[in-house]
Write a protein that binds this ligand. Structure first.
Ligand code: HEC
Length: 171
């Protein structure tokens, strides 16, 4: 069986996941194979892939709970204020990009990146299309420095930004 479904992707955790649109059968072994359409953002193909097999169980008891969605006020705004705001604030922001105060985020979301031509800085709903997330996770081939310069975000701070963008970047 080859079920259809959706693919999710986290830049922060470098993880790809597939959610089948149909329920898998219980107590059955499935093999996971990487399709030949998988490409890096520069068009490269995967260098190695170790096929893997998993076996479904009987019930969904014991499945770990999903982490709660980040709260804009508690998890996202403080990161933007403390970790980005003093360089990307209201007056003369670096790269012309203001991320603080929060009223400036609409402008950031409407803006094209000055460093990666053809990319948006913030694409609500699509973290993998948001240059900002490449800047904070330090993707290879980045223009300029990883953000914030010389003081990278913690995994939790970056994950809150990623999830917030995935959920539509609203405030
Ligand atoms: C110490 C100052 C400083 C801090 C703090 C800082 N930045 Fe930057 N940022 C810069 C500078 C300088 C540039 C332009 C040069 C470069 O990219 O290295 C830049 C460029 C950028 C760009 C590229 C803009 C474009 O149009 O392509 C993004 C996106 C960005 N920063 C996001 C962030 C985020 C998100 C944070 C907080 C997590 C942050 N920055 C924190 C100084 C800073």
């Amino acid at each position: 069986m080859r079920p259809g479904g959706t693919v999710g992707y986290s830049l922060v955790d470098r993880r790809l996941w597939f959610t089948p649109s149909v329920s898998l059968r219980s107590n059955l072994a499935y093999e996971l194979v990487l399709g030949d359409w998988v490409r890096g953002i520069d068009g490269s193909t995967p260098r190695t892939f170790v096929p893997s097999v998993f076996v479904t169980g009987n019930t969904d008891e014991g499945r770990p709970p999903s982490p709660p969605d980040p709260s804009f006020d508690d998890d996202v705004a403080p990161v933007l204020e403390r970790r980005c705001g003093y360089c990307h604030g209201e007056t003369r922001p670096y790269a012309g990009l203001a991320l603080w105060p929060v009223e400036r985020l609409d402008e950031a979301a409407a803006r094209a990146s000055v460093e990666w031509i053809g990319w948006r800085v913030l694409a609500p709903g699509s973290p993998e299309r948001s240059y900002l997330l490449y800047k904070v996770t330090g993707a290879p081939g980045l223009v300029g420095e990883r953000m914030p310069p010389r003081d990278p975000l913690s995994r939790d701070e970056a994950a809150a930004l990623e999830r917030w963008i995935a959920l539509g970047a609203s405030r």
